[in-house]
Write a protein that binds this ligand. Structure first.
Ligand code: NAP
Length: 324
């Protein structure tokens, strides 16, 4: 580690709207904790699941001060095990990833295959793993699947992988008209949220994956067949909804529930399943922002109809003065 290196980190020290609560702070790099590796981050995306806790929505279990960010990719630059030095990894399930250096527990640190580029590796966890586990829990084969927030990364993966797994059709309900063409290119059937055809589409869907909640989820429950299943995995509207007594069965999915008690072997096994799928997946492109431009990155995240995922890039380590 060059002695001149500093850490830049996006902290939130109180709850609030992310643009107000976050601050970029520079600090010296502390000594490495025993049993940890130090990872120099190269890329970390912005996901809704990074922003929601900053607002205080999960205040019963996520409390500031914290560095934000749940996933990303980097290179091991300090380790008691010299074999790990220089390895590209995902430093997960520990410190926030929106910082230049992350101390990580090697047990939960995932090696990245050579052929997976940083910008894809940095997004290999939250959405792909959620999509994989949801499709395992509610197999889509032979069913008509409906997705909400279909322009999102998670819904696109759900839709494409549901078709690969034998879904009869995937109805992709999206908010911005900008998504229709790219959803159709994935083989999905795009439907605008405000299209009068939504009711007819919902009436033939027997498995829905909903990330919006609120009035849209309530409407789906009212229209879907009674024998159907609706999996609620996000509340992008910020509004809850109630199951309807005579409606489809409502299930909740939270990745964090699936992580509780998982063994390190099972954890690594999930990524072994994901890498080949991600190699061939059509996943939205990235829009890179140096971490110093975090405000612009957040503004880009909030643009409805965006076709790319804002992703932070981190400064190179200053190697210090060149020896004479
Ligand atoms: N439960 C879990 O474990 C889990 C795991 C992974 C992801 N998720 C959830 O999956 C969802 C998508 O995450 P992501 O990273 O894939 O998102 P993303 O790629 O950043 O895309 C966000 C999308 O959300 C749409 N959106 C935002 N607010 C909306 C609203 N009120 N109504 C309808 N659409 C809205 C936007 O649509 P437009 O462009 O059309 O405006 C945009 O396409 C989030 O709710 C996230 O929390 C949950």
């Amino acid at each position: 580690m060059p002695s001149a290196a500093i850490n830049q980190a996006l902290w939130y020290r109180r709850f609030g709207p992310p643009a107000e609560a976050l601050a970029l702070e520079a600090s010296d790099i502390p000594p490495l904790d025993p049993g940890r590796v130090r990872v120099q981050m190269t890329a970390a995306p912005i996901n809704p699941s990074d922003l929601i806790p900053i607002t205080g929505a999960y205040r019963h279990r996520v409390v500031p001060p914290r560095v934000a960010g749940h996933e990303g990719c980097g290179v091991v630059v300090e380790s008691a095990d010299p074999r790990l030095l220089g390895r590209r990894v995902l430093p997960l399930r520990g410190e926030g990833t929106w910082q230049s250096f992350v101390q990580a527990d090697p047990e939960w640190t995932i090696p990245v295959p050579d052929e997976i580029p940083d910008d894809l590796a940095a997004r290999a966890y939250i959405n792909p793993l959620a999509a994989l586990l949801m499709l395992e829990a509610w197999p889509p084969a032979g069913r008509r699947v409906l997705l909400t927030a279909a322009g999102s990364t998670c819904a696109r993966l759900l839709g494409a992988w549901a078709l690969e797994s034998g879904a009869r059709e995937v109805l992709a309900v999206h908010r911005s008209p900008a998504h229709a063409e790219s959803l159709a290119a994935l083989g999905l059937t795009p439907i605008r949220e405000d299209d009068p055809k939504l009711a007819a589409a919902a009436s033939i869907a027997d498995l829905a994956f909903d990330a919006v909640g609120g009035r849209l989820a309530a409407r789906l429950l009212a229209e879907m067949p009674r024998r159907g299943d609706l999996v609620s995995y996000g509340l992008l509207s910020g509004e809850p909804f109630l199951p309807t007594p005579a409606g489809p069965t409502v299930h909740r999915f939270h990745l964090r529930d699936r992580l509780e008690g998982v063994s390190a072997d099972a954890w690594r096994g999930w990524f072994e399943s994901l890498w080949p799928r991600l190699r061939t997946a059509t996943i939205p492109s990235v829009r890179p922002f140096p971490i110093e431009y975090w405000r612009e990155a957040l503004a880009s995240f909030d643009e409805s109809g965006r076709s790319s995922k804002p992703i932070f890039r981190f400064a190179e380590v200053d190697p210090g003065p060149t020896p004479p």
